[in-house]
Write a new protein. Structure first.
Lengths: 253, 483
């Protein structure tokens, strides 16, 4: 008993100060890509290098677009571009409530719109999430799970994971929606009481990711459910996921 | 059987073509009755007839051999004589339509809707079904407990919900998607699977990997092991209601993942291992900083994990729970920490070393009791030995480049097999190229493929309430199995 108490004292307080302070991420962390259409010469090399057809630049420099929903942040486009038109920044705040908001380029704005007043009244102070992996590789699942550890302490925001869909307010989907999980995913959604939300976490759940177009998968949660929040990444950093949830609930400072 | 040549490869034309009886006799002779060798891969090549190809690893001799035979759409099952192939044969039946006559239970492997469950009869027995959607944040799978009173007589495991068709998508590669498919075959084993793929590629393209790259790869593989072992030790504590270790280790797992992110920017080691080497280097200062950070985290992890062994209520739950006997482990072909916890001295890092492991040996961690305690003990020993290895390697990083520039195509009509000891155990990748140097067949065997049946055995005679604990002590991958 004393041993455990001593250990507790030495282990200290370890909860990340986000959102009051921004976290310190690895200097090599690849966050929100920055596009510079002015530098693009429409050579199309980035498009050839991209494994998920996230980037398109074959017509004209002004058409340089990057779909964050498909991007797996491998950085191949950055390496392929000898004009420096694409670079990955350290910005971890990524997410959108509209699918189109994830397409970086001209005239788009990536924005996490807060829920409407009625939904905020229901979920703003307490939201239970049912997490379903539908063909996910385990990485998104791990970074969703880690939010419940003392490192992030999700429950201080009134957010938690529900064991049953009957107790859930939101359905968080990871994975490209494998054909074999489609039915279970639908049944989980149908078992949840109204009002309810869907959150798609990771490139797979948004667009199919690296699995897009393969006959065994359904190319993302959109295929099956009405998605309210998209958080891109492969996998998204836990802080990006937390940022998305807090943005939706209007809890960011 | 024929031994693989240097580079773990052999020309397809040189793979022995046996009659079925000779093929069977060879496998039973080398792998049956605990003779030491194991079947690490068994699959069909369907070009020009159904050709069964088996890769056999002899751990004591440190060799891998291959043999093959042509079969009709049915053939006499190997499983009654060699239970370790039971799942490979079920897979051959499901994916290739080859029926093993006399297989004791020819259930589906990755089609959860076709499962014909084994059911216990009698008025006093009952069945409890859970999944595919579970209570926690966990991948989907369906479990049926066959119970008599409180006791589980048998656990039926039905998987396939995570099936994405990775092996099929590898055919025709390598292409720009290939390495990413391998990194997500099992997302918590990104380094393990991408490394196995890189080895196949490098062998077939004749690429010499720089020593510095091999050192960094080994560091990343061991970091992956530490993060998962420490995380699972915490989860085991949570499953027996011991919260201090659960809380400390839950946070520490993330901190170990963050060290991997210091290497390559991604907590799971994405974009680090590439055919030819690694995509990121570390400077001398960075190596020192990583070592310092690792040492500090290790002290914290040791303190958190030590609490387990000093808490009688934890030990009472770990000991004698979920026992797998040594003989069962051999018979069903368990691998990795699950096998080592049954006293089996096997580890691909020492038995079939590649890269850095040829120069620096990591002691094999074993325990004898085959229960949750033994699996936890093996994991604790392993993370500590991995950490020692990383610190030694960081202190003596070879100089030189981190990647070999090579645009060489893959060899044509070649077979290559590599074993990588991931944190769950042996990862086996086996590839065959076509005449134009493209993948004709790419077989991935995650350690979970061998070990799920071990979990079913561990549950026999236990109570349902022991399931989470037993499950976490194995912590198998659903997506690595389902592919």
């Amino acid at each position: 008993m004393m041993r455990a108490l001593n250990a507790r004292l030495r282990q200290g307080y370890r909860t990340n100060p986000f959102p009051a302070e921004d976290p310190v991420l690895s200097p090599r962390y690849a966050g929100l890509p920055q596009l510079d259409p002015g530098a693009c010469n429409a050579c199309g090399e980035c498009e050839k290098a991209c494994p998920t057809q996230a980037i398109s630049a074959h017509t004209a420099p002004s058409e340089l677009k990057l779909d964050l929903g498909r991007c797996i942040f491998c950085g191949e486009c950055e390496k392929a571009c000898d004009q420096g038109a694409i670079s990955f920044s350290k910005t971890f705040r990524m997410g959108a409530t509209e699918r189109e908001g994830l397409v970086l380029g001209k005239n788009t704005e990536m924005r996490i719109k807060r829920l409407n007043d009625e939904m905020l009244r229901c979920f703003g102070h307490a939201m239970k999430i049912r997490v379903v992996s539908a063909g996910g590789c385990g990485a998104c699942e791990a970074d969703v799970n880690v939010l419940e550890t003392i490192g992030f302490d999700l429950s201080r925001f009134g957010i938690g994971y529900a064991a049953s869909p009957r107790h859930a307010d939101a359905l968080l989907v990871t994975g490209p929606v494998s054909g074999n999980m489609e039915l279970a995913l639908k049944k989980t959604w149908e078992a949840m009481p109204d009002p309810k939300l869907v959150i798609a976490v990771g490139a797979c759940a948004i667009s199919g990711g690296i699995y897009r177009g393969m006959p065994e998968v359904r190319d993302g949660a959109d295929s099956t459910l009405p998605v309210n929040l998209y958080i891109p990444g492969c996998p998204p950093h836990p802080i990006s996921i937390l940022n998305g949830l807090l943005g939706l609930l209007n809890r960011l400072p | 059987m024929k031994l693989l040549e240097t580079g773990n490869k052999i020309s397809v034309a040189d793979i022995p073509d046996r009659s079925y009886n000779d093929f069977r006799a060879e496998l039973i002779d080398s792998c049956g009755g605990g003779k030491g060798a194991r079947i690490v891969s068994l699959f069909a090549l369907r070009e020009g007839g159904n050709r069964l190809i088996a890769a056999v690893a002899d751990d004591k001799a440190g060799t891998i051999s291959v043999t093959s035979t042509l079969v009709d759409s049915t053939y006499p099952s190997l499983t009654p004589a060699l239970p370790q192939v039971h799942l490979f044969e079920r897979e051959l039946f499901e994916a290739d339509g080859l029926r093993p006559e006399g297989h004791p239970w020819l259930k589906s492997v990755r089609n959860p809707f076709a499962t014909d469950f084994s059911r216990m009869g009698g008025d006093e027995s009952h069945e409890v079904a859970v999944g595919p959607v579970h209570a926690g944040v966990i991948e989907p799978g369906h479990f049926r407990f066959q119970c008599y009173g409180e006791n589980v007589e048998h656990l039926e495991i039905s998987l396939g919900y995570q099936h994405r068709g990775i092996e099929n998508a590898m055919v025709g590669g390598p292409d720009k998607r290939t390495v990413h498919l391998m990194e997500t075959a099992a997302g918590d084993t990104s380094i393990g699977h991408s490394l196995a793929y890189a080895r196949i590629f490098e062998s077939m393209a004749g690429v010499m990997v720089p020593a510095r790259a091999e050192a960094l790869r080994a560091i990343a593989l061991e970091l992956e092991r530490i993060a998962n072992h420490v995380g699972d030790l915490g989860a085991l504590a949570g499953d027996v209601g011991y919260l201090p270790t659960k809380s400390f280790c839950g946070r520490l797992r993330g901190d170990f993942l963050n060290i991997t992110a210091e290497l390559c920017g991604n907590r799971f080691g994405r974009n680090l291992v590439r055919p030819g080497g690694v995509a990121f280097d570390v400077s001398g200062d960075e190596a020192l900083a990583l070592a310092g950070r690792l040492k500090s985290l290790l002290a914290q992890a040791d303190e958190a994990v030590e609490l387990l062994w000093n808490t009688p209520s934890v030990l009472a739950r770990f000991e004698h729970t979920g026992i797998v006997s040594r003989q069962d482990a051999i018979d069903v072909g368990l691998v990795g920490p699950a096998a080592r916890a049954c006293g089996l001295d096997m580890d691909s890092r020492s038995d079939h070393p590649t890269g850095m492991y040829r120069y620096t040996a990591i002691p094999v961690s074993t325990s004898l009791s085959g229960d949750v305690y033994a699996r936890a003990m093996v994991r604790m020993l392993e993370y500590r030995r991995s950490a020692r290895f990383i610190l030694d390697t960081l202190a003596s990083l070879p100089a030189g480049k981190t990647t070999a520039e090579s645009k060489a195509p893959l060899a044509s009509a070649m077979l290559a097999v590599f074993l990588v000891e991931g944190w769950r155990g042996e990862i086996c990748h086996c590839a065959i190229t076509s005449a134009d140097g493209k993948f004709l067949r790419y077989k991935v065997t995650d350690p979970s493929f061998h070990n799920w049946f071990g979990l079913a055995l561990a549950l026999r005679g236990q109570q349902i309430s022991d399931f989470p604990l037993c499950n976490k002590s194995f912590n198998l991958s659903y997506c690595g199995f389902d592919l």
